[in-house]
Design a protein around this ligand. Structure first.
Ligand code: SF4
Ligand code: SF4
Length: 328
């Protein structure tokens, strides 16, 4: 399963957000790995944010994410959420309904997601580029989608694919469904240039063998024209995107725009939202968000660049948050 490589050295501990806030071995990568190896139930399996920062810190090459995704099992509620994420119109309607609730998980979702919009539609079978907003971005950050769409349209024919990449399924115990989604996307995207607005979705799709560019990666690799902007920001590195090394493109684009970066400490430290983590692990999620908030504030910048929707939603609670596409 890939966990046998763990030598229990503990190098991953300080990288793990749940260990940082609890100081509990149960809620650490090492504790979770031991529980899986011994085959014993552990609440730590459910409290994992699935940020995979432990993988980046591990000198033994333990494939933590792959192993934990096999161990977790989605219950009916999580499966229902995953099906909603797969359909942007249904997601938009569900978020509208959540606005009228005053308790339970729907209430927590409505507090976390301030507003939602119908997804932007553009169907052109012959388009050169498929713009992939990502499920949450498609209905929560519609202005960002419009910005990216209008920018790309100046140079290419563009179609939009509204839907889910399958990362929530992969992270939360529906690995088979995640593999089905990946297969479907490979077929949909065949022969096209695909540009994603959600960096952790980009990372997941790349890891699933889908040919896709993160938005900034596309801007750099296609040497796209960029405006000059006199501004200062700090940059958040979404965890999965950071793991596969594509967050460097956001910095490169900002440098080309002339925007000054005031680095925060440990920019890939978990935002606290973790996909649907904020829904099911509210207390831990809030504590992780607090740690991130301090890092953002200590940077001295009043704007955070974030290219992943759940991270943006978490940081919008205490800072101005901007996607690279919003700058174009
Ligand atoms: S996962 Fe890696 S870093 Fe963490 S305890 Fe095991 S070997 Fe050490
Ligand atoms: S995936 Fe994240 S939360 Fe889970 S054990 Fe690894 S570092 Fe900790």
């Amino acid at each position: 399963m890939g966990l046998e490589k763990c030598v229990h050295c503990g190098f991953c501990l300080e990288a793990c957000p749940t260990y940082v806030i609890t100081r509990s071995e149960i809620h650490s990568p090492r504790g979770r790995i031991l529980a899986v190896k011994l085959g014993i139930p552990s609440e730590g399996i459910e409290t994992c944010v699935f940020c995979r920062r432990c993988e980046a810190a591990c000198p033994s090459g333990v494939e933590y994410g792959e192993s934990i995704s096999s161990v977790r099992k989605a219950d009916f509620l999580k499966k229902t959420i995953h099906r909603i994420l797969e359909n942007s119109n249904l997601l938009y309607t569900s978020l509208k309904i959540a606005k009228h609730s005053n308790k339970g998980i729907m209430y927590r979702i409505s507090k976390f997601i301030p507003e939602s919009f119908p997804p932007l539609i553009s169907n052109d079978k012959n388009a050169q580029i498929i713009l992939f907003p990502g499920c949450i971005t498609s209905v929560v950050f519609r202005k960002t989608v419009e910005k990216a769409f209008n920018y790309l349209k100046k140079y290419f024919t563009v179609s939009i694919y509204n839907g889910c990449c399958g990362l929530p399924h992969y992270a939360e115990g529906e690995k088979d469904r995640a593999l089905q989604i990946a297969q479907k996307l490979k077929e949909e995207f065949k022969g096209k240039i695909v540009v994603s607005l959600s960096s952790n979705c980009t990372a997941h799709m790349k890891e699933m063998g889908i040919n896709v560019y993160d938005f900034s990666e596309f801007l750099v690799k296609y040497n796209m024209p960029l405006p000059k902007i006199n501004s200062e920001v700090t940059v958040h590195d979404p965890c999965h995107a950071n793991l596969i090394g594509i967050t460097k493109y956001n910095r490169e684009v900002l440098n080309r725009m002339g925007i000054k970066i005031k680095e925060m400490e440990d920019p890939s430290f978990e935002c606290g939202a973790g996909g649907s983590y904020f829904v099911f692990q509210g207390e831990l999620s809030d504590k992780i968000m607090k740690v991130k908030e301090e890092k953002v504030k200590e940077s001295g910048a009043n704007t955070v660049i974030s290219t992943n929707p759940s991270c943006s939603l978490a940081m919008m609670r205490y800072s101005k948050v901007v996607h690279i596409a919003d700058l174009l």
